[in-house]
Design a protein around this ligand. Structure first.
Ligand code: HEM
Length: 330
């Protein structure tokens, strides 16, 4: 009887400990949340917004640049600012898969300002995510709340970016690369709609216009009324640095027009056109091109992308300068 009572007591104590642990998870399991800096750096989001507004005001292209860098950051090692590190030739940012990605100086300027306002508090990874949100809303896209509390990663190596989605990937490969990041076909279509702003260099058009399917031909999905325009802008053996809008209809507005372009064969990038090749992604393109709830769903997909591999709690660090890891005491 005594033994039974003793066992019950031990069991009760164990249950109480377990309940306490569940109630207060260890800091390594901390969650991203809206308003993470409300108490520690109340000006954080407004400082980011002001700087992004200034950058986009001086050049609209900066909105597209800031949106793109968030995607590239999240797809390698999670949204942890690893793309920002510049520690030599092998840095992640020098990977082929990140070719053309920019905006580093804008993020660094925001960081410098925030270090003056609240040193050591706001992560570079969060600055990237907030800047992308502001870039979207300044392009007349939806405004959404950004989950914050990401910490900055401790690794940067270009080999880690070897599996970035490529402009000449098939629908099958694009779907698989997104699935590996926990993103669905719907997310793939919605996030690709970010190509409703910004431009591409002719460099990324060569295969689609002149070497499609390893043959000397153009992608047959290009509308015949559009093909001459593309070829005139990007002639064979022309300047690969010439840039053309990704959405020729509403170039600087983040909206669902790009999906109607894809449906009519007016996609510019091959990866956008490929979304019409597969039954599943085609159906999603059709749904939104026909007037689905694009704005809200695009925002949800951005929030979802922003959660990929986020480091919180005790993981990572808060870099003082976004392009360098903090110095560790020896
Ligand atoms: C589906 C896989 C994707 C592929 C293969 C892809 C590929 C590309 C390529 C080749 C460019 C042109 C880059 C240049 O010339 O500098 C580009 C531009 C861009 N991408 Fe993507 N992208 C993808 C997904 C995304 C996602 C998910 C986002 C954001 C949510 C995004 C945002 C952008 C933006 C805004 C631009 C314009 C950049 C500028 O004007 O400088 N892309 N993308």
């Amino acid at each position: 009887m005594r033994g039974f009572k003793g066992n019950c007591f031990v069991f009760l104590v164990e249950m109480l400990v377990l309940l306490r642990v569940l109630q207060f998870p260890c800091p390594c399991l901390a969650e991203l949340r809206v308003g993470f800096y409300n108490r520690t750096c109340p000006l954080a989001e407004s400082v980011v917004r002001a700087k992004v507004k200034e950058a986009v005001g001086s050049d609209r292209q900066n909105a597209a640049i800031l949106l793109r860098i968030h995607f590239h950051d999240c797809f390698v090692e999670g949204c942890d600012g690893s793309i920002l590190v510049d520690n030599g030739e092998d840095s992640e940012r020098n990977a082929f898969g990140h070719l053309g990605v920019g905006g580093f100086e804008i993020i660094e300027e925001v960081k410098a300002k925030l270090e003056r306002v609240c040193p050591g508090v706001v992560s570079c990874a969060d600055i990237v995510a907030l800047a992308a949100r502001d870039a979207v809303s300044l392009s007349r896209g939806p405004f959404y709340e950004v989950l914050t509390g990401r910490r900055d990663g401790l690794v940067s190596n270009k080999s880690l970016a070897a599996n970035m989605p490529d402009v000449d990937d098939s629908a099958r490969v694009l779907r698989s690369k997104f699935r590996q990041k926990g993103l669905s076909d719907k997310d793939l279509v919605l996030l690709s709609s970010a190509h409703s702003i910004g431009t591409t260099a002719c460099f990324f058009m060569g295969t689609r216009l002149y070497r499609f399917d390893h043959k000397n031909r153009s992608d047959p999905s290009i509308n015949p009324h559009f093909l001459p325009t593309l070829k005139t802008k990007c002639p064979l053996d022309g300047d690969v640095n010439v840039r053309l809008p990704l959405d020729p209809v509403t170039e600087s507005v983040l909206d669902d027009q790009i999906l109607r372009n894809i449906r009519k064969g007016f996609a510019v990038l091959s990866s956008d056109a490929r979304l019409y090749d597969h039954r599943s992604t085609r159906h999603i393109v059709e749904t939104y091109a026909g007037g689905g709830s694009f704005r809200g769903d695009f925002a949800k997909a951005m929030v979802k992308m922003g959660r990929i591999g986020a480091k919180t709690g005790r993981y990572g660090e808060i870099r003082r300068v976004c392009s360098s890891f903090n110095q560790r005491p020896v």
